[in-house]
Design a protein around this ligand. Sequence first.
Ligand SMILES: [Zn+2]
Length: 102
Amino acid sequence: MELYRIRRLYRDSDASRVIRSGLTLEQAQAHCQNPETSSSTATGSVERARTRTRGPWFDSYESMRPRKVRPELRCLKCGALLEDENPLGLCESCTATRERGE
Ligand SMILES: [Zn+2]
């Protein structure tokens, strides 16, 4: 079963933090539907104090499934595996061949 975590995001900052994890989709959605999980609707004293010190914020949920690793990069010419992205999309030997004009 896929699990989710709750991340708190701040409008005025790139800082975010995970505040809960290991939730089912239903639990994660229920959390985010709670008015106390967004500065625009929260009325609790803790929540309003947070808004005063940090600015607008809200909780969102995201999957805990590991991010997909990027697809393998392969040389366009010979299909060799590339370690890094490079502008030509060619492996070292094909780049060298190309530079020699062969
Ligand atoms: Zn190559």
